[in-house]
Design a protein around this ligand. Structure first.
Ligand code: IFM
Length: 447
């Protein structure tokens, strides 16, 4: 028996057979979090390379220089996915590998790398799902105003065209942006992600330019008439008031409005939510005629990243009997099926993919050389169950990607928090399957 085939003792509460046979079950990663080789083959600096060099930005003082060495080890990582039995892999392309300074001719070595990866997936029977932007903006563009500058939207459309022209005939889907809330609000207002600003007006301008970049990239890629499905990935977090009090209700409205509707409404309805627009006062972005039509470009799919909910109690109490991951995020699978049903009710949605879902813990190798991550096994079971509930309720669900294939660079948390189904021993780069990986393998095999 290989390590992969060793059964876990965790009870299976949801079955692969409950989903359509062509349902997508994959794993996800992103370039900066796993690739390493940040100065190889002509890659330019990204805002995250810069951010990691600034003292105090990353909890453990680490960076992405080595990460999981995926840039070299990708064939073995693809073999691992094949043995897990996933039928899809979601990865991102590092913009500074394709255009080291964010503009101009494509760097051949960069495109070649992602072409080898894509072909390697296809050879192994795994669908490639490509994301164009998972936060690694070329530093040169940041020096020119980054996402606050409308020109970046045009540069992004050109980058999208270069990648789609090369790979759009083979990848199953292309998502423009991953989690624009993070690359705008978390990065420009809350200061936790690169470029680390604390300025709400700048953050809202960045959010608008990101959405515009999405729309312009969709148009540029549509013009190529490729078979790849085109869409975007949002991180969404349903907001629950703790009571019927006006204060709790209003806090939940604001949270839903700023986190979810601020992105959903322009993309799916071509307008910003009026209540939040009013709340933001003078900080609202500069919207030019035609922007919202561009942003509303029809989507072939919407990717949803779900980790937790938000809970709003004026007295600050936390939900009763709640469990939390090491990130401090409440484990609330019901929130996922509620969210999916709400999307289907309140919007005209395209087919939906769960593009990320997972749990971060301080996993450790135990004396038997294994990682017994029962909490993550439960998390996956419950959340895949929630996807099934949504599917049964008529939500057009098409797939689910676990975050993440393997432990990796968790942004401002460095390497301390682990989200992988596969444990990475960073000293040796050995990959060790956690119990959650073996559970997923058995689930996918129908056992
Ligand atoms: O690791 C991140 C990922 O890059 C984006 N979504 C959330 C994950 C966990 O924090």
């Amino acid at each position: 028996m290989t390590q992969l085939d060793t059964p876990t003792t965790a009870p299976t509460t949801v079955l692969r057979a409950q989903f359509p046979s062509d349902f997508i079950f994959g794993v996800a990663t992103s370039a900066f979090q796993i690739e390493g080789a940040t100065h190889q083959d002509g890659r330019g600096d990204s805002i995250w390379d810069t951010f990691c060099r600034e003292p105090g930005r990353i909890l453990d003082g680490s960076n992405g220089d080595v990460a999981c060495e995926h840039y070299e080890r990708w064939p073995a990582d693809l073999d691992l996915m094949q043995r897990l039995g996933v039928n899809a892999y979601r990865f991102s392309v590092a913009w500074p590998r394709i255009q080291p300074n964010g503009t101009g001719a494509a760097n051949a070595a960069g495109l070649d790398f992602y072409e080898r990866l894509t072909d390697g997936l296809l050879t192994r029977g795994i669908q490639p799902h490509l994301t164009l932007y998972h936060w690694d903006l070329p530093q040169t563009l940041e020096d020119q105003g980054g996402w606050r500058n409308r020109d970046t939207a045009e540069h992004f459309a050109e980058y999208a065209r270069l990648v789609a022209e090369r790979l759009g005939d083979r990848v199953r889907s292309i998502a423009t942006l991953n989690e624009p809330w993070c690359s705008s609000i978390l990065s420009h207002q809350l200061g936790e992600h690169a470029p680390g600003m604390r300025d709400r007006r700048a953050a809202l301008q960045a959010a608008h330019v990101l959405l515009l970049a999405h729309g312009r990239a969709m148009q540029a890629m549509r013009a190529l008439n490729l078979p790849a499905e085109l869409g975007i990935v949002l991180n969404l977090q349903p907001a629950y008031p703790a009571s019927s009090s006006a204060a709790d209700q209003d806090a939940a409205r604001r949270s839903d409005g700023t986190f979810n509707r601020w992105f959903l409404d322009p993309l799916l309805r071509g307008e910003y939510p009026q209540d939040i627009w009013a709340d933001y006062g003078d900080d609202v972005p500069q919207v030019q005629p035609g922007d919202l039509e561009t942003i509303r470009e029809p989507l072939d799919f919407l990717g949803v990243n779900y980790y937790s909910r938000s809970y709003h109690a004026q007295d600050g109490h936390r939900p009763q009997d709640a469990e939390y991951t090491t990130m401090g995020w409440e484990i609330y699978p019901q929130g996922l099926s509620d969210l999916l049903q709400r999307l289907n009710r309140d919007y005209t949605v395209p087919p939906l993919l769960i593009t990320e879902n997972g749990a971060g813990y301080h996993d450790q190798l135990e004396a038997d050389g294994q990682v017994h991550d029962e909490a993550r096994v439960r998390y996956l079971q419950q959340h895949i169950g929630a996807v099934n509930d949504a599917l049964q309720a008529g939500v057009p669900m098409r797939g689910y990607f676990a975050w993440s294939l393997m432990d990796n660079f968790e942004w401002a948390h460095g390497y301390d928090k682990r989200f992988g189904l596969v444990y990475v021993d960073y000293a040796t780069q050995e990959r060790i399957l956690k119990d959650s990986a073996r559970w997923y393998q058995q689930f996918l095999a129908g056992r």
